[in-house]
Design a protein around this ligand. Structure first.
Ligand SMILES: NC(=O)c1ccc[n+]([C@@H]2O[C@H](COP(=O)([O-])OP(=O)(O)OC[C@H]3O[C@@H](n4cnc5c(N)ncnc54)[C@H](OP(=O)(O)O)[C@@H]3O)[C@@H](O)[C@H]2O)c1
Length: 324
């Protein structure tokens, strides 16, 4: 097998594409022939030693992938050789094969393509937890999605539409805004060229959005929060722009509004039954055509460094997927 090895977590340049012995699964594990692996934000942080999880060295990055079970360890009941699976195990995805805990592998119906499956769990499970569980979004409410053309942003647009909400998508270029409209956004704001507060006011008749979904952080958090509706819910999803914003707490009082933290990994760990139910609902929505990952492009696994560079350029729309 081949894999991208991180022996020195100083960044993408230090990764090497290596031939390694093909491992055998131990009890409770399976070996997966990887067909597709998507890039997620933590994949960039983990190779720089900046992610909260620091795997022992050396490790193979690649948090989320899909493929075919090739060998099964003792005690594995729900998976067989030849079964298509998706897995979000945190590492191991950027190679031709990996060993994964069977408990983390989700069997896929044959109608679920590997590329979509590799780009599914992280973004849709996060946005489902955020909008359905944490925000209690109702049909007819208005959602503002920041960074709306990114991975979690595109999933938030589709889930909010599936729930019957009105969606305002905000992004940094006209091209990204156009993509957001093609996947269901009712209106868009280019926050590089428009005044965010004025645009929100105009699009909501001065009322403001009921829910704000923020995976970006930085400079837009405060103006967005100042525009929120009475009883609004501001979802803190991530800080893709870098800076972690601070807000004057009196703003919550003035709007009767809530700042709501979203941490899907913690939810899945602490509330596994609720998390599994959410994933089952998402699989159903996928089968019904209500949601579908936006794939910017697929690239050969051997071109991982170019994919990381593209991801760092802020140009990706939806998800990048490496394929074998
Ligand atoms: N809380 C959770 O459970 C959870 C789960 C998954 C992900 N996340 C977090 O959510 C954030 C977004 O993840 P993602 O997968 O959607 O990432 P992504 O696909 O790269 O999208 C992030 C978006 O942020 C915007 N952005 C603004 N400034 C940026 C900068 N300096 N560099 C890069 N992007 C910038 C970009 O949109 P514009 O160009 O339009 O501004 C970009 O499309 C990350 O911080 C991630 O860690 C959190």
């Amino acid at each position: 097998m081949h894999a991208w090895l991180c022996e020195d977590p100083t960044g993408v340049d230090a990764l090497t594409w290596k031939e390694l012995p093909t491992p055998e699964p131990k009890a409770g594990e399976v070996r997966i022939a990887i067909k597709a692996a998507s890039l997620n934000f933590p994949d960039l942080l983990i190779v720089q030693n900046k992610y909260q999880i620091k795997p022992p060295l050396p490790f193979v990055p690649g948090s989320e992938y899909a493929g075919v079970v090739e060998a099964v360890g003792d005690g594995v009941k729900h998976l067989k050789v030849g079964q298509n699976v998706a897995c979000l195990s945190g590492t191991g995805g950027f190679g031709t094969h990996t060993i994964a805990p069977a408990a983390l592998c989700i069997p896929l119906p044959d109608s679920f393509p590997h590329v979509d499956a590799a780009a599914f769990i992280m973004i849709y499970a996060t946005s489902h937890h955020a909008l359905v569980d944490r925000a209690q979004l109702k049909a007819g409410e208005t959602v503002l999605v920041l960074g709306a053309a990114g991975g979690v942003g595109t999933s938030a647009i589709q889930i909010a539409k599936a729930l019957g909400a009105k969606v305002i998508a905000a992004a940094s270029t006209d091209e990204k805004c156009a993509l957001c409209r093609t996947i269901g956004a009712d209106a868009t704001i280019n926050y590089s060229t428009e005044n965010l507060r004025e645009a929100i006011k105009a699009l909501t008749d001065g009322k403001g959005p009921d829910v704000i979904y923020d995976p970006v952080g930085g400079e837009f958090a405060e103006p967005a929060f100042r525009s929120i509706a009475w009883r609004g819910r501001y979802l803190v999803v991530g800080f893709a722009s870098g800076p972690i914003p601070s807000l004057p707490l009196n703003l919550t009082l003035l709007k009767g509004a809530s700042i709501v933290g979203v941490f899907w990994g913690g939810f899945a760990k602490n509330e596994p039954k609720a998390s599994a139910a959410a994933l089952a609902e998402l699989a159903q929505w996928y089968a019904q055509g209500k949601i579908k990952p936006v794939i910017d492009r697929t690239m050969p696994m051997a071109e991982l460094k170019a994919a990381y560079a593209y991801m760092g350029s802020r140009g990706v729309k939806g998800k990048l997927v490496m394929v074998n």
